[in-house]
Design a protein around this ligand. Structure first.
Ligand code: RUB
Length: 304
């Protein structure tokens, strides 16, 4: 339980962050929990796993990768305790392996959309988006990247560090400079926390403004998303909860003004009509095909 609580704490505090890494960390924590769970019956095992799942699910409400990872790992068809344990462990290992492969495949697929000499704008810090950018660079396409700072947590600083490691020419801008540079940009590439059934994107706060700017300047807007970033629950009519984090992330010192409060929504929604393409590991799709991805790859949730 200690290890599981520690993973939950790290996800809440964003020591572990980014939808893919959150999903993989949850799968690892559940695998280790299953391995060490001392119980006598299948029923006790299932209720122990459910309790562990609930601890993880409370950490970050928006990222559906967490929900999908947990569901994929704990779902088993075993009829006895030890087979259930084995199945959960192998589910977790498969999820971790598939998710890493998916990021690589997205790079291969997405990089075909990038032309030699392109300038790419990216926001926040997405492994899937960076996989596309890295693959284009390795293919010798001579690209340049503009990365936003991504207030308030400055994930853009992680991004520029990773781009620098890859040897990619990069410029850092403050979030409000997006429109000023958009004329120099050929395409925007961002990651995803959630893709809904109608193909809309939930991603780091600021993404929707960037999509509006790109649309107005007639630039392509590309999303990099593994299939487990798609939300089955949105087919059932559920809305995606948007996480509001602590005001102290925006301003460390409490405000002196009595009538002012600080708000810190962590994600926003980009309507599907501003998205040109979603690059997944099973192909590059228009947002309108999201429903099919959910039905074919994540149908498990549709029974309730
Ligand atoms: C991270 C964020 C990323 C997506 C995709 O937000 O919005 O764009 O999670 O990342 P936070 P990846 O920093 O609040 O977790 O492609 O790495 O899964």
């Amino acid at each position: 339980m200690d290890q599981l609580s520690e993973t939950a704490r790290k996800i809440s505090s964003m020591e572990i962050r980014g939808a893919g890494k959150i999903g993989r960390a949850a799968a690892e924590a559940l695998r280790d929990f299953a391995l060490n769970l001392r119980v006598q019956s299948l029923e006790e095992f299932d209720s122990g796993m459910q309790m562990a799942a609930d601890v993880l699910l409370k950490t970050r409400p928006t990222a559906v990768s967490l929900f999908n990872a947990v569901k994929i790992v704990v779902t088993h068809r075993a009829k006895d305790l030890e087979s259930a344990r084995e199945e959960v462990i192998s589910n977790a290992n498969r999820f971790i392996e598939d998710s890493a492969k998916a990021v690589e495949k997205i790079g291969e697929i997405g990089c075909r959309r990038i032309k030699a000499g392109d300038t790419i704008l990216t926001h926040c810090n997405s492994m899937a988006a960076l996989s596309i950018i890295g693959a284009a660079h390795r293919a010798g396409k001579d690209i340049r990247v503009i990365a936003t700072e991504s207030r308030p947590r400055l994930q853009g600083l992680l991004t520029i560090g990773m781009l620098d490691e890859m040897g990619i020419e990069t410029e850092l801008i403050v979030d409000s400079a997006v429109r000023s540079v958009m004329d120099e940009v050929d395409l925007v590439v961002v990651g995803a926390d959630v893709i809904t059934a109608n193909g809309s994107l939930v991603n780091k706060i600021g993404t929707a403004q960037i999509a509006l700017c790109a649309n107005e300047a007639r630039k392509s807007f590309v999303v990099a998303a593994e299939t487990y970033k798609f939300s089955p629950r949105t087919i059932l009519g559920e809305l995606v909860p948007i996480e509001e984090r602590s005001p102290s992330e925006v301003m460390p010192d409490p405000l002196k003004h009595r009538h002012v409060r600080i708000r810190n929504p962590a994600f926003d929604v980009t309507p599907h009509r501003y998205i040109d393409l979603i690059c997944t590991e099973v192909g590059a799709i228009p947002p309108e095909m999201s429903f099919i991805i959910i039905k074919e790859t994540l149908g498990f949730e549709l029974d309730g």
